[in-house]
Ligand binder design. Structure first.
Ligand SMILES: NC(=O)NCCC(=O)O
Length: 419
């Protein structure tokens, strides 16, 4: 990983410019860690700049800038072989408000031990593996950090075997305690997405994000609203649709919310966090290339634009092999893995700009400064809230929810109706 110079524009992924010679890793794109790096190595600089403008947009009229991080962070990334990238989203200067700059981090990780290892060992190894990335975030002065969905376990839901429920832990369980110490040490808000066991409600299991404040306190939790029933994502076998609605957590550094994984396919889910005033929405995820990669760069970015907030998208990395083969009723032969979790964590901004993605196959920490003033500036510019005509949709939805609803279709009288 090379160093990032202040003011270096988004073509600065020279970090891995030697990637042409890189040994092809599983999950790489023809030997490259990301599309951005592949393009940079293969296009002439002026063409690459123009392609980057079209793919990543402009922030305040300029290509997104990379920022440099302290040597302590880059040293950790080299020693522990994780991708480290850092950017800065600006906003225009205002006369009455000071800039509200917050430094935000996203961590993507693979599993640390085979899925056959003892559960306690897997959890301990994961904490040890993720710690250098959290330390790098701390050394970089990150204010708010979010980990990936169910980061304390392999994404075993594809198997439908109930033994994986043993990974579930209470809100104040070992991962929260581990992160609380780090939150205090680095004065950092940390979002901890886990499989939760709600011991006070009959051991119910949820897919939950715990928001830990910068004093190590638990600010609150959010439980995943929408559960996938697609392909191998048999998550409804394990936990129920969340009962926490769309909370926004006012932290020392800004108003944040969490839209867990599959919730990103639901525009109303994004909207509800926006209506509650979120400035940054995290989307901790676990998804594989074959299923969703074409959607990945679109949905979060669209949500950031439509709702005038920042989005931090995080996806796990690697291929996780399970001891027993499984099928998912989709006609595919029995298999022992989901496919490749493609990482590619990134930030999207309300002005339609976005960062390049982290590696498609390595663990990584993505850092970005963001001036939260950009949220209101984009609301003023585009007026999406003011032009939204919510009353039309409230009425439509209330009709749709009634059992006697019939779709309002006006049929061309000239149409020969097929029987
Ligand atoms: N974890 C999860 O919700 N995955 C669903 C797959 C997807 O939405 O891409």
């Amino acid at each position: 990983m090379g160093s990032h110079q202040e003011g270096e524009e988004n073509g600065g992924a020279a970090a891995t410019a030697a990637e042409g010679q890189e040994i092809s890793a599983p999950g790489s794109i023809h030997g490259f860690e990301s599309l951005h790096r592949l393009l940079e190595a293969n296009l002439k600089p002026p063409i690459f700049q123009e392609v980057s403008r079209l793919l990543l947009g402009l922030n305040c009229g300029r290509p997104l800038q990379r920022i440099s991080l302290p040597m302590a962070a880059t040293t950790l990334s080299e020693a522990h072989n994780f991708d480290l990238q850092a950017f800065c989203f600006h906003a225009d200067a205002e006369l009455l408000r000071q800039p509200q700059i917050v430094r935000v981090g996203l961590i993507q990780n693979s599993i640390a031990l085979p899925t056959t290892a003892h559960i306690a060992d897997q959890k301990n190894a994961l904490m040890q593996m993720v710690k250098p990335m959290i330390d790098a975030a701390g050394a970089s002065g990150v204010n708010i950090l979010c980990l990936q969905e169910a980061w304390m376990m392999p994404f075993a839901f594809c198997t439908r075997e109930k033994r994986w429920c043993e990974f579930a832990e209470p809100v104040n369980g070992e991962s929260t305690q581990f992160l609380q110490k780090l939150a205090r040490k680095y004065n950092m808000v940390i979002v901890n997405p886990i499989l939760e066991r709600d011991v006070n409600h009959g051991e119910t299991i949820w897919n939950t994000a715990i928001v830990i404040g910068n004093h190590g306190n638990i600010i609150g939790i959010h439980r995943k609203n929408h559960i996938p029933r697609v392909g191998d994502f048999n998550e409804s076998t394990y936990y129920m649709e969340g009962n926490t609605g769309h909370p926004v957590f006012e932290t020392a550094y800004g108003k944040i919310a969490i839209n867990i994984c599959y919730g990103r396919h639901h525009p109303l889910n994004w909207l509800a966090f926006g209506l509650n005033g979120a400035e940054i929405v995290f989307n901790p995820s676990a998804t594989v290339g074959e299923l969703s990669e074409p959607m990945w760069p679109i949905e979060a970015r669209n949500a950031a634009i439509a709702n005038s907030y920042f989005v931090g998208s995080i996806n796990r990395v690697g291929t996780e092999i399970f001891p027993n083969a499984f099928t998912s009723g989709d006609g595919k032969p029995a298999h022992s893995d989901f496919g490749h979790f493609y990482g590619s964590s990134h930030f999207s901004a309300p002005d339609a700009s976005c960062t390049p993605s982290l590696s498609r196959y390595r663990d990584g920490l993505m850092v970005s400064d963001m001036d939260l003033n950009l949220c209101r500036q984009l609301k003023d510019k585009w007026g999406f809230r003011m032009t939204a005509r919510y009353e039309l949709y409230a009425e439509m939805l209330s009709k749709y929810l009634k059992p006697d609803f019939t779709p309002r279709v006006i049929v061309d009288p000239m149409l020969q109706k097929r029987k």
